[in-house]
Write a new protein. Structure first.
Length: 90
């Protein structure tokens, strides 16, 4: 669950790392795409009227869900997620 657009962007890029990357040149050989590691199960869900009536701060929340595929895990690269750099973090 995310609560603002920066968090949502990180989650979307984690589920689909190929999106938002640099465009490939049509003049160069095409890079083979990686095997899909997540199978999307639903569109992003936003809170309904009843939830907003109970909790007004939920208005900017978004719920995204995905199911793992049989593909092996890949090493995590923070640069591809668009996460801000934190001082002192390795």
């Amino acid at each position: 669950m995310t609560f603002h657009s920066l968090e949502d962007r990180i989650v979307k890029r984690f589920f689909d790392p190929d999106k938002g990357g640099p465009a490939q040149s049509r003049h160069l050989p095409q890079v083979v795409a990686e095997e899909r590691r997540w199978v999307e199960v639903a569109k992003a869900a936003k809170p309904g009227e009843a939830e907003l009536a109970r909790n007004p701060r939920a208005r900017s929340s978004i719920l995204r869900a995905a199911t793992r595929s049989a593909a092996p895990a890949r090493p995590l690269r923070f640069d591809g997620l668009g996460m801000p750099q934190v001082r002192g973090a390795a």
